[in-house]
Write a new protein. Structure first.
Lengths: 222, 222
DNA sequence: CTGCTTACTGACTTGAATGTCAATATAGCC
DNA sequence: GGCTATATTGACATTCAAGTCAGTAAGCAG
C-alpha cells in the first residue's frame, strides 16, 4: 500500500517523489546553484528559498546540510575560492610566457564571478567571512610565490642565470608588487569594467585587450 | 496645556522634545550617518532602523524624506559619487605632476569608503542602482577627460608642443587606458588591499607606497 | 523481506525590516 | 501673541527570510 501514485488522496498535498542524493552531491548542487545566482542576481540571489527553488529542493534541506544560511555562504566562499585557485593552477601548468600568464590571471579573476565574490566579501564586514580564505592561506601563498617568480622572470632569464642569488630581497619584493598590480587591476576591472569603459568612451572590447596592454606597459616579455 | 514637561502623565509614553531641522539638513544628517555606517559595517549597516537610531531620529522620518529604503540608498550613491568627484576635482585644481596626481587619485578612490561603494554597486544587480551614476555621466566625462590629459602629458610636454595635433586618436586612447589602469587598480586596492598584501607577505605600508610605485612603472613624470 | 540511517519535506514559529497613518510639535511668518 | 506648513513620531500592519520540528521515504545492509 501507499503506492506512489496514491490512488486515494492521502492529504491536500500529494507527497510526490523524492530524489535522494548523497550528502556530498546535495552540497555540490546547492553550491553550484548559489554561485550561478550570485553571478546572475548579485547578493540578493543568495537567499535560502531562492537557491532552494532553483535547485529544485526545499529550503529546509539547505539548512539540513549547511546548518544555517550563513553556513551556506561561508561554504560558497570556500567553494569559489578553490575554483579560483584551481584556475590559477591550470594557468601555471602551461609553460606560457609571462605576458600570456598575465592574461590568464586576468581571466581567472575577472571571469566566472570571482571578482564579484571578492567585492561581496569587501562589503560584508563580518570577520567570519575572512575565515574560509584564511583557511586556504598556505595554498594561496604557494601559488602566489610561483606566479611572482614566473611573472618576474623577464629581465632575469636574459642574462646568465647564475649571476643572481636565486632572488634577492629587493627582487622578491618587486615580483610581489607586480602580482599585486595584476591582481588589483583584474579585480577592479572585473567589478567595474563595464561602467568604467563606458564612462571613458572606450570600446567594449577594451576589456579584452587590457590585459595584454598592461603586460606590455610593465614590460612583461612575450 | 500639553506642556512639554507634562506634569500629568498624558500617556504611557512621554512625547519628549523634538529637534526640527530643515529638510535639507535632515537629509544631510541621514546620508552622512549612512555613509559612515556603510564604511564601518558594510551593507548590513544600511537598514532603516540602524541608520535612524545612530542619527538619533525615528526610521519613519527617513521614509518621510526619502520615500523608501531604496530611495535612501539611491541618494546615498549619488551623495558619495559627488563626494568622490569633488575629491578628484580638488586634486585637479592643484597643479601637480602626473605622478602626484596619480597618487591623489588613488587616495580619492581608495579612501573614505568609495571603493566599498563601488563594490556595493557591483554586487547589487538592480539596474536602478546605476541611475544615480548615469545621472552624473556628463560631469564624470569632463573630469575624466581632464585627468586623462594631465596624466598623459608625460612624453608630450618634453618636445615642442606644436608638433602634435592637440591629441591624435591613438594618443587619446592611450591616455584613457592609463586612466582606466589607475582607476581599476585603485578600486582593487581599496577593496582587497589588506588581505592581498597579507597574502603576498608584503608590509602593510605597501598600500601607501603602491601609487607612486605604479606611477614609476608606467613612466609618469614627477 | 526487514530494519536502520539519514536525506528530505511541509507546516509552523520567530524575528527583523519596511512601510502606513494619524497625531503631535516646532520653526518661521504674520 | 496666534497660525500654518511640515518635520517628526509612536503605534500599528505587512511582508519575508530564517530557523525548528516532527514526520516521511529512499537507499543500503543484514
Amino acid at each position: 500500500m501507499s503506492v506512489n501514485t496514491s490512488p486515494d488522496g492521502p492529504s491536500p498535498t500529494t507527497p510526490g517523489k523524492r530524489r535522494r542524493r548523497s550528502a556530498a552531491e546535495a552540497k555540490q548542487l546547492v553550491l553550484a546553484t548559489a554561485a550561478a545566482r550570485l553571478k546572475a542576481q548579485g547578493l540578493e540571489g543568495l537567499n535560502l528559498t531562492g537557491v532552494a527553488d532553483q535547485a529544485g529542493i526545499s529550503h529546509a534541506t539547505i539548512i539540513h546540510h549547511f546548518g544555517s544560511s550563513e553556513g551556506m555562504r561561508k561554504e560558497l566562499i570556500r567553494f569559489m575560492t578553490r575554483e579560483l585557485l584551481g584556475d590559477v593552477l591550470v594557468a601555471l601548468q602551461r609553460d606560457d610566457s609571462p605576458a600570456t600568464l598575465c592574461e590568464e590571471l586576468f581571466a581567472a579573476i575577472a571571469d566566472n564571478g570571482h571578482a564579484q565574490l571578492l567585492a561581496w566579501t569587501a562589503v560584508e564586514n563580518r570577520a567570519s567571512f575572512a575565515d574560509p580564505i584564511l583557511a586556504n592561506q598556505d595554498l594561496f601563498r604557494g601559488v602566489i610565490e610561483r606566479v611572482a617568480m614566473r611573472l618576474y622572470r623577464h629581465g632575469q632569464n636574459n642574462g646568465p642565470a647564475a649571476e643572481l642569488p636565486s632572488a634577492s630581497a629587493k627582487e622578491l619584493k618587486q615580483a610581489r608588487m607586480i602580482v599585486l598590480l595584476v591582481a588589483t587591476t583584474a579585480l577592479g576591472l572585473g567589478i567595474a569594467g563595464k561602467p568604467l569603459t563606458a564612462l571613458l568612451e572606450l570600446d567594449a572590447d577594451v576589456e579584452r585587450e587590457f590585459p595584454s596592454w598592461l603586460a606590455e606597459q610593465i614590460g612583461l616579455e612575450r
